[in-house]
Design a protein around this ligand. Structure first.
Ligand code: PHE
Length: 480
């Protein structure tokens, strides 16, 4: 199909620049910000890690995000079609293809975890989290219950499908305009609650005091990988969202706002979590689902105005997680859907139900892999659960390879001059063009190759961590 026939009427466009910024911010702000960032920060030297993270986000994440937006808007298509079009049908389209596949697989298990947040929202709302509840057992029972796992995974996926099926303006934009303000208000309410608890300062000090002795090469690479995941890069999500943009919008400032919003939410999430943990005298170093689903419910019962304080703040905390996951999942589903609509001429509704339904089915083994079905919990030969086996290569590996491919494509194949011409439509006085060009050509590729080398090195270096009980393994797994 030629560009001229692919009019905005058939593909859809964002109603305004604000809508685009909110949609991209919605994609970026997800489980990665709220539960992973605070943990890696506390482990990686507090304020020292935050500083390194912000540098990675600004000097690598931001340029790659701008590159994705440019490719999307210039290509006016899904990631495969856009790269094929801009690169004159070259082999580079594997970069887009990898994004489509990665987004589909990540969606399948992202939805399982998002389902837990919905379940916990209801649990908190009906006052399930009481002092006598064994929160470890509660979590383990949930993941071992196939009915509950599939029910909440299904509810979440249907909500995502209904949104995406309704199209860019009527579905995604309309939803984002409601959910993002709610997310902002909830974040603020939780922040005020946490910061006014006794012990808040101690919590903040633990979280943010710079400890440069904890900073190693590994810390820097972890900050970089976290920035890519958190900013939704390397999976074609930003290319796809960029393809629905009008030519007169400024791309650099949009990318700048998104990076700022995403980093702010990540930072604030820690300012909510650590003061609350100190207040409730709970361990500060529990990561992943253990923190969200086992430790935080213990905080809730201790909040002032019990039990209502716990019920209220617990419900809205899990609502925050659910909304953050929801707006990210929408962008994950949109990637393969736009591919089928643009490249295979499928109707949006059919494509959405097909892909969303497929991701639901593919997610079922992941949903059952944390206790419901024994052999999925401990895959023979890998000694880990299926969800863990998938999350490593797809979240850390494929995404980073995708971002590398994209930087090389823009920097060396399609060409910086063409990219700059595209950016200047809507942003005629783009002042940072030389810095951006340098980053896409050299800084980003070198940084990404370093992450990949390090990841390969750690795969082939035997793990020296002490033996865990199977229960601990379940608790610590799926460290998104
Ligand atoms: N950025 C999301 C998060 O922080 C995850 C995501 C990655 C979403 C890539 C879409 C595309 O959780």
């Amino acid at each position: 199909m030629s560009t001229s026939t692919m009019t905005s009427a058939t593909r859809g466009t964002w109603g305004s620049r604000l809508a685009f910024i909110l949609a991209v911010a919605g994609s970026a702000i997800g489980l990665g910000n709220i539960w992973r960032f605070p943990i890696v920060t506390a482990e990686g030297g507090g304020g020292a890690f935050v500083l390194i993270y912000l540098l990675c986000a600004a000097f690598v994440g931001l340029p790659v995000m701008l590159a994705e937006m440019v490719v999307g808007r210039a290509g006016e298509r899904n990631p495969v079609g856009a790269i094929k079009h801009l690169g004159n049908g070259t082999k580079w389209r594997w970069v887009g293809g990898l994004g489509v596949v990665t987004a589909f697989i990540v969606l399948s298990f992202y939805s399982v975890i998002a389902g837990w947040t919905i379940h916990y929202m209801f649990s908190a709302g009906v006052g399930k989290f009481t002092e006598t509840l064994d929160t470890d057992a509660y979590f383990i029972e949930m993941v071992a219950d196939p009915g509950k796992e599939m029910l909440y995974h299904g509810i979440f996926m249907i909500a995502v499908i209904l949104t995406v099926a309704a199209g860019i303006r009527n579905g995604i934009e309309r939803t984002i305009k409601v959910t993002m303000p709610i997310l902002g208000v909830v974040l603020l309410v939780l922040l005020i609650r946490s910061l006014t608890l006794p012990g808040a300062f101690e919590g903040l000090a633990y979280y943010l005091t710079p400890d440069f002795s904890k900073v190693t090469a590994n810390t820097v690479l972890q900050a970089l990988a976290q920035a890519f995941f958190s900013l939704s890069l390397g999976m074609g999500a930003i290319i796809t969202y960029g393809s629905y943009l009008q030519k007169d919008e400024s791309l650099p400032s949009s990318a700048g706002y998104v990076v700022m919003l995403d980093s702010a939410v990540a930072l604030l999430a820690g300012c909510i979590i650590f003061p609350a943990l100190v207040y409730a005298n709970l361990p500060l170093d529990e990561g992943g689902p253990g923190l969200m689903f086992q430790v935080l419910p213990q905080v809730l019962v201790q909040l002032p105005w019990a039990p209502w304080g716990g019920i209220l703040f617990g419900t809205i905390f899990f609502l925050l997680l659910a909304i953050a996951a929801f707006t990210s999942a929408i962008s994950l589903l949109e990637v393969p859907v736009s591919y089928l609509v643009d490249e295979k001429n499928w109707k949006r509704k059919k494509a959405t139900w097909f892909v969303g339904g497929g991701a639901f089915l593919i997610g079922i083994p992941s949903a059952l892999s944390l206790g419901a079905v024994g052999w999925l919990t401990e895959l023979s030969g890998f000694e880990m659960s299926l969800i863990d086996l998938l999350s490593g290569p797809f979240m850390d590996g494929a995404l980073v390879i995708g971002a590398l491919g994209l930087s090389l494509f823009v920097g060396w194949k399609w060409g910086l001059q063409r990219a700059l011409t595209e950016i200047r439509q809507g942003s005629p006085d783009f002042k940072l063009s030389a810095i951006w060009a340098f980053s896409i050509r050299y800084v980003a590729p070198i940084a990404i190759v370093s992450i990949l080398t390090f990841q390969l090195y750690s795969i082939f270096t035997p793990d020296s961590s002490p033996e865990e009980s199977p229960e601990e393994a379940v608790i610590e797994s799926t460290d998104l």
